[in-house]
Ligand binder design. Structure first.
Ligand SMILES: NC(=O)c1ccc[n+]([C@@H]2O[C@H](COP(=O)([O-])OP(=O)(O)OC[C@H]3O[C@@H](n4cnc5c(N)ncnc54)[C@H](O)[C@@H]3O)[C@@H](O)[C@H]2O)c1
Length: 270
């Protein structure tokens, strides 16, 4: 029976809600984050929800911390059945203004953090015939303006997931990738970018979501159970993706119009 799950970025937002969703099924959880306080809170909630497990501080940029986490899962649980590469940070800014350091930081956390998580845990997953759940974003599918480094990192997570889907089928390791639109979490706390007005714009987008992080965790749980690879929790996201597949130029034109509006707003500081 599979009942051991590891989640990165489990100290807040979606990672915490995923932890609680699986905890309610009585799973054992390895919870990782750079925030010790967040991890402690999540573990308390997990226990109250019927789960058990341990927390470990882990920065997904550092491969040795991920292999140490895999080792801890080996020691505490005798292996792992599901890993969720969820840790991520927000960024924004038009391409001309983003520094190369902004790019390095975004790619290091949001893309290479997922690559390293998959690599560190693959030997354990091969043994358990487990599964990988990577948290990307709708930004992987629809490249909105003012966030090229985030778009590229998340598109990379999608490409990695597709690559693993086909490579690992023979080993019976399952792969899923989740592409949510904006939803309210603490993601804005990690925002980095050259223009503070852009941060406020992202904040408004997060507030506008019709569904919560808990709804998304529920949806992921159901879709993983159903064996779905590409998981799109927002209805509007599913519609937009369908439209892009049918008529990509319409989407590019919409995004270009949005870029004009965003630039005007960023200039006026609203
Ligand atoms: N909130 C949204 O609108 C939204 C939309 C699409 C995708 N996502 C993705 O969902 C995932 C979860 O984000 P969230 O919205 O719950 O944000 P959040 O900020 O509430 O949670 C992210 C967690 O990741 C942790 N983290 C950040 N950098 C880390 C690192 N280097 N190593 C380990 N942990 C680290 C943070 O401490 C935090 O606890 C991210 O990958 C994000 O890109 C979020």
């Amino acid at each position: 029976m599979q009942n051991r799950i590891m989640i990165t970025g489990a100290g807040s937002g979606l990672g915490r809600e995923i932890a609680l969703r699986w905890a309610r099924e009585g799973w054992r959880l390895a919870l990782a984050d750079v925030s010790d306080a967040g991890l402690r809170e999540t573990l308390e909630l997990v226990r109250a929800a019927g789960g058990s497990g341990f927390v470990q501080r882990c920065d997904v940029r550092d491969y040795s911390q991920l292999t140490a986490l895999a080792q801890a899962c080996e020691e505490q649980f005798g292996g792992i059945d599901v890993i969720v590469n969820n840790a991520g940070v927000a960024s924004g800014g038009f391409f001309a203004e983003l520094s190369l350091e902004d790019w390095d930081w975004q790619i290091a956390v949001n893309l290479m953090g997922v690559v390293k998580g998959c690599k560190a845990f693959l030997p354990l997953l091969e043994r358990s015939k487990g599964r990988i759940i990577n948290i990307a974003s709708m930004a992987a599918l629809m490249q909105g303006p003012g966030m090229s480094n985030y778009n590229v990192a998340k598109a990379g997570v999608l490409a990695l997931s597709e690559s693993l889907l086909v490579e690992l089928r023979q080993l019976e390791v399952g792969v899923h990738v989740v592409c949510p639109s904006f939803f309210q979490t603490n993601l804005l706390d990690s925002f980095r970018g050259p223009n503070p007005a852009m941060k406020a714009q992202v904040g408004k987008l997060l507030e506008g979501s019709p569904i919560t992080a808990a709804d998304i965790a529920d949806y992921i749980h159901a879709q993983v159970d159903a064996g779905e690879f590409l998981i799109l929790p927002h209805e509007a996201g599913r519609d937009a993706w369908r439209l892009k597949c049918e008529a990509p130029q319409v989407l590019y034109d919409e995004m270009a119009a949005m870029a004009v509006k965003m630039r005007a707003k960023a200039r006026s500081g609203h």
